[in-house]
Design a protein around this ligand. Structure first.
Ligand code: ADP
Ligand code: LRH
Length: 491
């Protein structure tokens, strides 16, 4: 047949969703069949992911997809990066995966850097230093009884695919976020693994996006009411890799902002850039679909807004997003600015209070209302996007003529317009579900109904998905130049 019915499981830090798609050479229809909250749980002082709830959400979603569409020809899974579960010798999960926002990971940073200094680590793995990169998480776990019993480490989408199929492997785009993959050879760095005193056997063989990794197990078919065989296809299992594949770019000269809980801001390259200047500027070389490199920076993202909303709701204040954004749009621009990447914003907590403290410390009067706090967040994010887009272009030599903003943030019209103004470039906003679209495109090609490379897949996106154009407001440039002078990140 020339069309397939596919399910994309896309797990973000704030919610998980199962999307169903009909895909063929001239068709790409995607709709949501199930969405469920992804709520971290703190037990005995450690922040965890509720991975069984995620598995249950996936089963509910597959059941709903089967009911809606009658059958499934393929399933692909992507999720946030770096976090993992440990399996014992029987293949049983040892404890719940620890959340990347848990404070324990960073305690191991000095331990790792004492063995492999940061400059050297970057020359091998090309990763932006984030205190929760898997390499630090594993170092923090070493010495525990749980770690001693571990025989296999599986990143979250690989763990969930294992539960669906029984097949063990490490999809390469997400493996590139561990810090243990060699950015040049694109293989596990056995040398790094040895030097850090880890067991090479923990890391399963790599698999590439598009490979068929297994089939839904009999018990999964029974629970979901699906008729087998249903292949599970490896996709860009790092959600950001799928989202970048899902950018409807018409040229190479684009930057992207994958805008959800995090904002991942950068360009797509053929080869990594492993320079010291790039390391100092916080740029990462993560792997993308089809051997591409995602040269990007993690900007703290809409997390700042999500946590502010959570804080306000707990205090009985309004947390309604359309209301807050409309109020923020009426606040004068640049009333206050913060560096969104300030490490104080990483852990869960009272974000409005932290923003106020950051303003006070930098000599600014803190926001006086919810609207001013939201405006501070949006202005500060747009400024961080500008800085990251320009730095990515400078450091990589890639020309940028347009910024594609995808993910839930594409619904935020204020943020989209301010991003166009800040960058001085046209912004094309959407699709909101770029990650799920990238996921199904790679599945469809792997299963043989689409062909070509990323340009052909993106052409199908342009023919079938809407994007909203935002042009820079004439005369806005000098105000952003001045704003940039006010905030010095990285202090
Ligand atoms: P993740 O995949 O990290 O869970 P999403 O891509 O789903 O994140 O994006 C979630 C974010 O999208 C929310 O935190 C919110 O700020 C933004 N968003 C969602 N819907 C809207 C909306 N209607 N208006 C403005 N912003 C929205
Ligand atoms: C976005 C994301 C990002 C990672 C972070 C942990 O969901 O995958 O690319 O850095 O989560």
């Amino acid at each position: 047949s020339t069309e397939l019915t596919l399910a994309a499981v896309d797990l973000g830090a704030s919610s998980g969703r199962v999307m169903a798609a009909r895909v063929g050479p001239e068709r790409l229809d995607l709709h949501e069949v199930h969405r469920f909250p992804n709520r971290p749980v703190r037990t005995a002082g450690t922040l965890h992911w509720d991975v069984l709830a995620l598995h249950a959400g996936i089963l509910d979603g597959l059941r709903a997809a089967g009911r809606d569409l009658g059958r499934l020809d393929g399933v692909g899974i992507d999720s946030w990066a770096v976090d993992h579960g440990l399996l014992d010798a029987d293949g049983a999960l040892l404890g719940n995966p620890v959340h990347y926002r848990d404070a324990r990971h960073e305690t191991a940073v000095p331990t790792v850097h004492a063995v492999v200094p940061p400059e050297e680590l970057y020359r091998v793995n090309g990763l932006q230093h984030l205190p929760f990169n898997t390499v630090f998480q594993l170092a923090a776990a070493r010495g525990t009884a749980q770690f001693a019993a571990a025989r296999t480490a599986l990143l979250v989408p690989d763990l969930l695919a294992y539960w669906l199929t029984g097949a063990v492997g490490a999809e390469v785009t997400n493996a590139s976020t561990t810090g243990l993959l060699d950015a040049t050879t694109r293989e596990w760095s056995g040398e790094l693994v040895d030097r850090l005193g880890l067991d090479r056997g923990l890391f399963p063989p790599l698999r590439q996006p598009g490979e068929r990794l297994g089939e839904l197990r009999e018990d999964v078919l029974a629970e979901t009411g699906l008729t087998g065989p249903v292949p599970v296809v490896a996709v860009g299992s790092h959600d950001t890799a799928s989202a970048v594949a899902g950018v409807p770019a018409a040229t190479e000269k684009f930057a992207y902002v994958s805008c959800g809980t995090w904002s991942l801001v950068g360009v797509e390259l053929e080869k990594p850039v492993l320079t010291e200047a790039g390391r100092a500027a916080g740029f990462t070389n993560e792997l993308g679909v089809d051997g591409t490199v995602r040269y990007l920076r993690n900007v703290m993202g809409l997390w700042l807004l999500q946590e502010s909303q959570r804080t306000w709701a707990a205090a009985g204040l309004t947390a309604d997003l359309p209301y807050l954004l409309a109020a923020a749009a009426r606040v004068p621009a640049f009333t206050t600015l913060v560096d969104p990447d300030d490490a104080r914003f990483l852990p869960p907590g009272d974000m409005p209070a932290r923003i106020a403290a950051a303003c006070t410390e930098s000599g600014q009067a803190p926001p006086r209302s919810q609207a001013e706090t939201v405006r501070c967040i949006i202005d500060s994010l747009a400024l961080a996007y500008r800085r990251s887009v320009r730095r990515a272009a400078d450091l990589s030599g890639r020309d940028v003529e347009v910024v594609h903003l995808v993910g839930g943030g594409a619904r935020n019209t204020l943020l989209c317009q301010l991003t166009a103004d800040a960058c001085g470039l046209p912004v094309l906003a959407g699709p909101v579900e770029a990650a799920a679209l990238g996921n199904v495109l790679v599945q469809a090609r792997g299963l043989g109904v689409l062909s070509g490379g990323l340009p052909e897949l993106r052409a199908l996106l342009r023919r079938t998905q809407d994007a909203q154009l935002y042009l820079p407001t004439p005369g806005s440039a000098s105000a952003w130049d001045a704003a940039e002078e006010r905030i010095r990140p990285g202090s």
